[in-house]
Write a protein that binds this ligand. Sequence first.
Ligand SMILES: Cc1cc2nc3c(=O)[nH]c(=O)nc-3n(C[C@H](O)[C@H](O)[C@H](O)COP(=O)(O)O)c2cc1C
Ligand SMILES: Nc1ncnc2c1ncn2[C@@H]1O[C@H](COP(=O)(O)OP(=O)(O)OP(=O)(O)O)[C@@H](O)[C@H]1O
Length: 171
Amino acid sequence: METTNPTDVLAQGTFDLLHPGHVHYLEEAAAMGEQLHVIVATSESVTHKPKPILPDEQRRTMVAALEPVDHAHRGHPSDFSIPIRRIDPDVLVLGHDQHHDEDDVRAALESWGIECEVRRASALTPWDGPGDEILSSSAIKSRILEIEGESQAGRGIERERYERRPLEHTD
Ligand SMILES: Cc1cc2nc3c(=O)[nH]c(=O)nc-3n(C[C@H](O)[C@H](O)[C@H](O)COP(=O)(O)O)c2cc1C
Ligand SMILES: Nc1ncnc2c1ncn2[C@@H]1O[C@H](COP(=O)(O)OP(=O)(O)OP(=O)(O)O)[C@@H](O)[C@H]1O
């Protein structure tokens, strides 16, 4: 049966380098209502951790392509009330580790005239799956740097061997 007033759920985050933790959060949020909206943070507003690697529109495109997502919106760089007012959500789902205080978010929503429940999502950990999954964008970045460092060190050893070889043959 079609509802005339579907429950709009709102999730948000940076979503740089997607991983199964993001999918878990968005699936959980989608199950709380009928339409899932996602606000993708603009690079300017990410000040609590290193800036995302991927551009705003690329991150929004990837989030929009995920199965649980109905609408992916680019966040506003400074006034968070603008996209929220347009979406007018019934439920706002904060991620398990998001630094936003629930009562502060409730107060902000009220001040913007939006009647909306605030809930906290659960975490997905490596123990929920095969055990070797990397479930954080910053951990993926660290892993890339580690592998790159190892392969540069490997190339250094190879170079050293190559450079030493003529000397070894002079005996
Ligand atoms: C209610 C709410 C609205 C938000 N609206 C915006 C927004 O319009 N633009 C934006 O850049 N970030 C917005 N954010 C912030 C980010 O989406 C995200 O929560 C914050 O950068 C923390 O990111 P992380 O969970 O990816 O670390 C909003 C956050 C909340 C809780
Ligand atoms: N492992 C996870 N389990 C559940 N939710 C997650 C997980 N990882 C991220 N999320 C949620 O996805 C949303 C977007 O997260 P965000 O873009 O900050 O990813 P992240 O992997 O936590 O990034 P970073 O490692 O840089 O903090 C947030 O609401 C966050 O709580």
